[in-house]
Design a protein around this ligand. Structure first.
Ligand SMILES: NC(=O)c1ccc[n+]([C@@H]2O[C@H](COP(=O)([O-])OP(=O)(O)OC[C@H]3O[C@@H](n4cnc5c(N)ncnc54)[C@H](O)[C@@H]3O)[C@@H](O)[C@H]2O)c1
Length: 351
C-alpha cells in the first residue's frame, strides 16, 4: 500500500487532492501534514475523520525533526508538497514567511526524502515562475524562469532546490507547474471566490486596473488528476507544466462578467481599483508534455465556473465565518499605502 505524506493538505488544492486520491485509489494511505495557517482549514478535511486511510497531523514542514518523526511513524514512501504561502497580495506586504515555508520548508522535505530513502518527492509549483508572457507566446518546460512577485520568486527558488537535489544526490523528484486553479474550498481572498461571495453579499467586486490580465483557469480536480498521473507515470527529474489551454483566452474582465452573469448582477457591481504592484499581464503555458503522458482536462471553464458558483451558494456556512473574521478583513481590500505610524515605523494601511 502506498503511503503519501501530503503537506498543505488542509488548503484549497491540497484538500481537493486528498479527497481525489481517497476517492480514486482504494489501496492508499494519506498522512496530511498542515500548519493550519489562515488559509488551512480543518473544515476542508473533517469529512475524512472516519476514514482510517487518512491521518491529520498539525505541524510545520520547516520543522525537520517533526517531518522525520511523521515519515518514520507512518512509514511514508512519497511526499507531495502543497504547503506554501500562496497569496501574491500578501507577499507584497511582507515576504519572510514566504521564504521560510516555500524555500526552507522545501529544503527540509528534500533532505528527508534523501536521508530516509523515500521513493518520491513531488513539488507543486506554479506557472507564475515563468513571469509575464507576450501575447501569442507560450511557456514550455524549457523556458527561462522570470518570477515577478516574492511569491513566485520563492516558488522558483524551491524548484531550483528540487533540481539541485536531483543532480547532486539523485533524489527521486518530479515537479508540476500548474496554471491558476478554481473550485470548491478556494479561500475567499482569491479572485473567483472573492467575487462570487461579494456578489452573494450584494457587494461590488474590485477589478485590478483595466482587467486585461490573462489567466488560464483550470478546475481543481483536473490539477489533481494531473498530479496523480505524474506520480504514476512521470519520469524522475522531470517538470510537467499543467494548463487548461482555454480558447479563447480569458481576461480578468471577462472572468468578472461571467461571474456577474451567474449571480444575476450587472456591470455596475464592477469597482475599478489601482493595479497590483508588479502585476503580470499574461500567463500562458504550452503544456503538451503532460498531454503526451495521457492527461487532459475533463472540466470546461463554463462547466467549472457553474459548479463553483453552485458550491459557494450551497456552502455559505464554510465561507461566511472566514469573511467575517477580523484578522482577514484587510486582505479582502486590494489597495494599500505605506505610511509612517506614530512610532516612526512603516506600516501598510488600507487606502
Ligand atoms: N491556487 C492556485 O491557483 C495554484 C496554482 C498553481 C500552483 N499552486 C500551488 O499549489 C499549492 C497549494 O496552493 P493553494 O492555492 O491550495 O494554497 P492555500 O493557501 O489554500 O493552501 C496552502 C496550505 O499550506 C499550509 N501551510 C502553509 N505553510 C505551511 C507550513 N510551513 N507547514 C505546513 N503547512 C503549511 C496552509 O495551512 C494551507 O493549508 C501551493 O504550493 C501553490 O504555490 C497554486
Amino acid at each position: 500500500m502506498q503511503t503519501i505524506l501530503v503537506t498543505g493538505g488542509a488548503g484549497f488544492i491540497g484538500s481537493n487532492f486528498v479527497r481525489y486520491m481517497l476517492d480514486t485509489h482504494k489501496d492508499i494511505r494519506i498522512i496530511n501534514l498542515d500548519k493550519l495557517t489562515y488559509s488551512g482549514r480543518i473544515e476542508n478535511i473533517e469529512m475524512h475523520d472516519t476514514d482510517d486511510r487518512h491521518e491529520f497531523v498539525q505541524g510545520d514542514i520547516a520543522n525537520k525533526e517533526l517531518v522525520e518523526y511523521v515519515v518514520k511513524k507512518y512509514n511514508v514512501d512519497t511526499i507531495v508538497n502543497f504547503a506554501a504561502e500562496s497569496h501574491v497580495d500578501r507577499s507584497i506586504h511582507g515576504g519572510r514567511e514566504f521564504v521560510r515555508t516555500n524555500v526552507e520548508g522545501v529544503q527540509v522535505l528534500l533532505e528527508v526524502t534523501r536521508d530516509m530513502g523515500l521513493e518520491r518527492f513531488h513539488q507543486i509549483s506554479t506557472d507564475e515562475v515563468y513571469g509575464d508572457l507576450e501575447a501569442g507566446g507560450f511557456a514550455t518546460e524549457e523556458s527561462l524562469l522570470v518570477p515577478s512577485s516574492v511569491y513566485s520568486a520563492t516558488k522558483a527558488a524551491a524548484e531550483m532546490l528540487v533540481m539541485a537535489f536531483k543532480r547532486t544526490h539523485d533524489t527521486p523528484v518530479t515537479t508540476t507547474r500548474c496554471t491558476n486553479n478554481y473550485g470548491p474550498y478556494h479561500f475567499p481572498e482569491k479572485v473567483i471566490p472573492l467575487f462570487i461571495t461579494n456578489l452573494m453579499e450584494d457587494k461590488k467586486v474590485p477589478v485590478y486596473g483595466d482587467g486585461g490580465q490573462v489567466r488560464d483557469w483550470l478546475y481543481v480536480t483536473d490539477h489533481c488528476s494531473a498530479i496523480d498521473l505524474v506520480l504514476q507515470k512521470g519520469e524522475l527529474g522531470e517538470i510537467y507544466s499543467v494548463s487548461a489551454r482555454n480558447e479563447p483566452e480569458i481576461t480578468n474582465l471577462e472572468l468578472t462578467k461571467t461571474i456577474l452573469k451567474h449571480l444575476g448582477k450587472d456591470e455596475s457591481y464592477i469597482q475599478e481599483v489601482e493595479d497590483r504592484a508588479g502585476h503580470d499581464r499574461r500567463y500562458a503555458v504550452e503544456g503538451s508534455k503532460i498531454r503526451e503522458l495521457g492527461w487532459k482536462p475533463a472540466v470546461s471553464f463554463d462547466e467549472g465556473i457553474a459548479k463553483t458558483v453552485q458550491w459557494y451558494k450551497d456552502n455559505e456556512a464554510w465561507w461566511r465565518p472566514i469573511k467575517e473574521s477580523k484578522e482577514l478583513g484587510s486582505f479582502f481590500s486590494v489597495n494599500y499605502k505605506i505610511k509612517q505610524n506614530e512610532e516612526g515605523k512603516a506600516e501598510a494601511v488600507r487606502a
